[in-house]
Design a protein around this ligand. Structure first.
Ligand SMILES: C[S@@+](CC[C@H](N)C(=O)[O-])C[C@H]1O[C@@H](n2cnc3c(N)ncnc32)[C@H](O)[C@@H]1O
Length: 264
């Protein structure tokens, strides 16, 4: 990456997910706050080989939607790690309510300094969240450290996929509160340099562009009045402007999304 990174701290990310940002993303995407919902979780789980014996670490587990889906579908055990208190507490509450607290544990903490010993998990997992993290090298090294030998790192993330102007780069990352986005090749290189073998890397950008268009239409049609009533017209306009930027950039092949599987 030749560009600089924006100065995004964990405090900035907490502000998003403790505040209206987290609620808005849930309104757009559901309690699995990533592109593709439970269908995407199923694809990633199949590729990672999750079964009833698996202990999965979900890095940036947010509301715990994917953790509950994994436990209900595959009978595995999940530990969720997230740094935002509202997400952490909400995940615990919803998981108790679903009667799944015996198989899911949540920890409040930073993915750059994971509160787990080395060689703990069969699968280390992430969905559309690592774009918030500045030091992705350290993040992937932490993932590799806590994976058991033979274990699988399985994740999706939002990516930079094509050339863009400095102004576009700044506007896209600023709206999302991302320090920068990795490329698919960049992530593969980070995995390899952390001692993992990349088994699969897939560019999902066409599907991503379709989803961003769908979120924009959902905002403009179903959610418009609710967002204005709760947060005001200025906030609605800001969100619509930002998602339109992302819709245009994804349709032009400048930003996208990818899926990576790597083995320790
Ligand atoms: C898009 S949401 C994640 C969605 C979740 N993976 C899912 O599929 O439902 C982003 C989450 O990442 C968390 N996060 C961002 N940076 C983090 C970090 N350094 N350590 C732990 N959590 C972090 C935020 O608190 C937020 O809950």
């Amino acid at each position: 990456m030749s560009r600089n990174k924006l100065d995004v701290t964990i405090g900035n990310v907490n502000e998003v997910y403790d505040g209206p940002g987290g609620i808005l993303w849930e309104m757009l995407m559901g309690d699995q706050i990533h592109v593709g919902g439970s269908e995407e979780t199923g694809i990633l789980a199949g590729k990672a080989g999750i079964d009833p014996d698996s202990h999965v670490l979900d890095v940036c587990s947010a509301l715990g939607g994917p953790a509950r889906h994994l436990v209900q579908t595959y009978g595995c055990r999940v530990t969720g790690l997230d740094a935002t208190r509202r997400m952490h507490e909400e995940a615990i509450r919803r998981t108790k309510e679903a009667g799944l607290d015996g198989r899911i544990e949540y920890r409040l903490g930073n993915a750059l300094d994971m509160p787990f010993p080395a060689n703990t998990f069969d699968v280390v997992w992430g969905q559309d969240a690592w774009c918030y993290i500045t030091d992705k090298k350290r993040l992937v090294e932490e993932c590799a450290r806590v994976l058991k030998p033979g274990g699988v790192l399985a994740f999706t993330d939002w990516l930079e996929t094509g050339p863009m102007t400095e102004d576009e780069w700044l506007a896209l990352n600023t709206f999302m509160v991302f320090p920068y986005m990795e490329t698919l090749e960049g992530y593969a290189a980070l995995c390899e340099s952390a001692g993992l073998n990349v088994a699969e890397k897939e560019d999902l950008s066409t599907d991503f562009a379709g989803n961003i268009q769908m979120y924009l239409e959902k905002l403009q049609n179903d959610l418009r009045q609710g967002v204005i009533d709760n947060y005001g017209l200025e906030m609605y306009d800001e969100v619509e402007r930002g998602i339109t930027l992302w819709r245009d950039a994804s349709a032009a092949g400048k930003v996208g999304r990818g899926r990576i599987l790597a083995r320790k």
